[in-house]
Design a binder for this molecule. Structure first.
Ligand code: CTP
Length: 394
């Protein structure tokens, strides 16, 4: 991130995690950013202006009605290339989502056109509340980069999702924001997510553990970069992303059908869904009795990626594979055999990939050396894959 010489506004909300933002401010300065801190008045209960002034080397104000002659909120907004809000409380996000301008920080946000990274931190109950969820969805649909908080122990002694993320994770996200451009404007991106289910009878199915997190992260990232995104979601419990057309399917056949009608108008197809390789030969009309539930004959499902690759014109296709890192060659062969242009080898040697917030593996692209992806967020991987797809689209 060195050398951008960019101006950052660090907005600080009124939560206990405000003290952790002191470290973030120092690291941003280490990376060569000039940082002006704009705390909300209530955040001064946690960290006072003197601390922010000492750490930033700049004067701190929280009031719109100070230095009125320079129209402070507008001048601050104009000067800032990036805004980072850390921590963002539930109340602060609600005010931003509602377009309020009742303190200097929210005035600056409204007056700014720069990329904004929001780092929420709050009690898990508040993070999971429907109102907060709706506000986060609204903010994301408007192009704000809202991080997911970490999961773990909180100041209150409770455990759950709501912790202020580690500084390194925030910086990683921030560097993505710094590099974000509307480079997918006018492009159509089709993403599959989740895992298909193949019915056995009206109550049972063959399914898999895929949460859909990676596919949703790709859809969201593509949307943030200006793409027109359609998401084909199979049995994921994740909330819809505002502004993204989402078609819900259950089985591999339904997924193929949905994709076939969308594919010709698509520029980039991302097959991140876990598709069942086989389905029951027959689906029983009524629930199979215990005594008859002893074996199921299976029949192979169509390979969706391969089928679509054979219909391709200009489209770039990204596939996924779950392998251990030793299987790079197998993955290369899989990419070619299926007709994918890019393949992400999800390195499952460490265990937990399903439902995880992070991932590690290799990005394979035709004619290139495998690119190692060290432990990173699914959002960051999403951007890396989209970067590669754009390169190939030319
Ligand atoms: N895929 C597909 N249609 C299928 C099965 C898989 O389109 N019937 C896609 C997936 O969406 C993914 C890639 O192909 O992009 C995964 O291929 P697969 O051969 O299933 O790889 P693995 O999951 O690694 O499984 P295995 O090595 O066991 O075959």
């Amino acid at each position: 991130m060195q050398g951008f010489g960019r101006e950052v506004i660090l907005g600080v909300g009124g939560g206990i995690a405000a003290y952790k933002s002191c470290e973030l401010l120092r690291r941003l300065r280490d990376h060569g950013f000039g940082v002006t801190v704009v705390p909300t008045p209530s955040s001064l209960n946690f960290v006072g202006s003197a601390t922010w002034e000492a750490l930033s080397g700049r004067k701190v104000t929280t009031e719109v009605f100070e230095s009125v002659e320079e129209v402070r909120h507008v001048s601050l907004a104009k000067k800032a290339n990036f805004i980072v809000i850390a921590p963002a409380t539930a109340d602060l996000m609600a005010r931003i989502a509602a377009g309020r301008a009742d303190d200097l920080l929210t005035n600056v946000i409204l007056a700014s056109n720069s990329p904004i990274l929001i780092v929420p931190a709050m009690h898990p109950e508040m993070w999971n509340d429907a109102a907060t969820k709706a506000n986060v969805a609204t903010l994301r649909s408007r192009g704000y980069h809202v991080m997911d908080p970490d999961t773990g122990a909180l100041t209150s002694g409770d455990v759950g999702q709501g912790r202020f993320p580690e500084t390194s994770r925030i910086l990683e996200e921030f560097s993505t924001v710094v590099g974000t451009r509307a480079d997918l404007l006018g492009k159509k991106v089709l993403v599959t997510a989740g895992g298909t289910r193949e019915a056995i009878d009206p109550v049972r199915f063959i399914g898999n553990q895929s949460s859909g997190k990676q596919g949703y992260a790709i859809a969201r990232s593509a949307q943030q970069r200006g793409a027109n995104v359609t998401l084909i979601s199979a049995n994921s419990s994740l909330a819809d992303i505002e502004g993204i057309r989402t078609l819900k399917v259950e089985s591999a056949h339904q997924m193929l059908e949905a994709l076939e009608s969308e594919f010709s108008q698509t520029d980039i197809l991302v097959m991140s869904a876990a598709v069942a390789d086989a389905r029951p030969l027959q689906v029983a009309d009524s629930k199979i009795k215990k005594s008859d539930y002893t074996n199921i004959s299976l029949v192979e499902n169509p390979d969706i990626l391969k089928t679509l690759a054979s219909l391709r014109k200009h489209q770039i296709i990204i596939g996924f594979a779950a392998e251990t890192s030793e299987n790079l060659e197998i993955a290369q062969e899989k990419m070619v055999a299926k007709g994918a242009d890019i393949l992400y080898l999800n390195d499952i040697s460490g265990g937990d990939i399903f439902n995880s917030e992070t991932t590690h593996g290799y990005i394979l692209a035709r004619g290139k050396e495998p690119q190692k992806v060290a432990q990173t967020t699914k959002d960051t991987l999403a951007h890396q894959l989209l970067d590669e797809a754009l390169l190939q689209l030319g």
